[in-house]
Design a protein around this ligand. Structure first.
Ligand SMILES: Cc1ncc(COP(=O)(O)O)c(C=O)c1O
Length: 359
């Protein structure tokens, strides 16, 4: 069965070069916060087109530290999409703030500036906009520079390689979880920002809030990224543009083979971390694809209103589109190492699906 993503092929691309890097790091004695991370941060900032990149331990950590470093905490409401990976919500809670749900758009699976504007209250201090599946969502305009300004954090976990500066958000949180467009050999993440104060705060907060050895200016914990992870990401970064081009080509092939399916809305800059269509007969379609040798996955089977740990917290939220996406979404194989034969196999299988009746 062709999987939705095959990380062993990704690993094989960098294995030899990484073996040499791993030996060098092992004998250097510098395992954390060393030259590999410094170089990765410079290369990432240049690649994205942001002034600062600060490497951290995960995408969830990047979101939490971006929020905290922008001054978000207890008593603040943070708007987030009703349909996203759960870490978008847990990061807000970890920062001590309150996540408030905004329903997503039926076509893009992302929040819109209009929905964010409608959800704002005097307690709203920030909004996290998630570029879900790699779709680059429009950001709300920040109304003014001042205390009433909305802090906008981008969750770029699924849009690496498609998200480029100049940044109009306060900060952008990246994930290097292995399946991501820029995937690590373990966990990793980064905060990208043009704001020097925020970058400095993330740097402190990733090491227990220390400004110098054993002097702690902020209450924080350990969010360090290892030198091994940094070295791996440096090997992968130069190929990221080609990888995203390959993802776009795969998605375009599927869409033209199966225009009758209800695909997430397309756009030129889409990063296609995931290639997703909606089906009212999801399990039947997944069965048909499996019969053709095509694996599928569900990202995600529940909206935040439906997750056991969050249901009670979001009991008052009204998110029908988020719940519809959770009910109908299907992810199909989309990774840059796919062969032309594999792409054709998936395209043919998609073309043969019946498609939904008009609603
Ligand atoms: C949209 C989104 N936000 C946040 C995260 C959290 O990233 P990480 O797994 O690196 O903590 C992920 C990935 O799992 C994600 O897909």
């Amino acid at each position: 069965m062709l999987p939705v993503v095959d990380l062993s092929r990704r690993g094989a691309r960098y294995a030899d070069a990484f073996a040499a890097d791993a030996c060098r790091i092992a004998t250097s004695g510098q395992f954390l916060l060393g030259p590999e991370l410094d170089a990765l941060e410079r290369e990432l900032a240049t690649y994205v087109g942001a002034r600062f990149a600060v490497g951290v331990a995960s995408g969830a950590g990047a979101l939490q530290l971006a929020l905290e470093s922008a001054g978000i905490g207890r008593g603040d409401d943070v708007l987030i999409p009703g349909f996203t990976a759960v870490p978008t919500a847990s990061a807000v809670l970890a920062a001590g703030a309150r996540p408030v749900l905004v329903d997503v758009d039926a076509d893009t699976a992302c929040v819109t500036p209009a929905a964010i504007a409608a959800a704002r209250t005097p307690a709203t201090r920030a909004a996290i906009v998630v570029h879900l599946y790699g779709y680059i969502a429009d950001l709300p305009t920040r109304l003014s520079e001042g205390p009433d300004d909305l802090i906008v954090i981008e969750d770029v976990a699924q849009a690496t390689g498609a998200h480029r500066g100049p940044l109009t958000s306060t900060a952008a949180a990246y994930s290097f979880y292995p399946t991501k467009n820029l995937g690590g050999i373990g966990d990793g993440g980064a905060v990208l920002t043009d704001d020097e104060t925020i970058a400095a705060a993330v740097r402190r907060r990733r090491v227990h809030g220390m400004t110098e050895l054993y002097r702690h200016e902020d209450v924080s914990q350990n969010f360090r990224m290892s030198e091994l992870e940094s070295a791996w990401l440096r090997l992968a970064l130069p190929g990221l543009d080609d990888d995203v081009r390959a993802r776009r080509r795969i998605a375009a092939t599927y869409r033209s083979a199966a225009p009758h399916l209800r695909w997430q809305q397309s756009q030129e800059e889409h990063g296609y971390h995931l290639c997703v269509f909606r089906s009212r007969e999801r399990e039947a379609d997944r069965g048909r694809l499996a019969d053709a040798g095509v694996g599928t996955a569900i990202h995600y089977p529940a909206a935040l209103t439906q997750q056991p740990a969050y249901r009670a917290m979001f009991a008052g939220s009204h998110c029908p589109e988020s719940e519809a996406w959770a009910r109908e979404c299907v992810s199909v194989p989309c990774f840059p190492e796919m062969t032309d034969d594999e792409i054709a196999l998936v395209a043919d299988a998609l073309a043969s699906l019946p498609g939904d009746e008009p609603a």
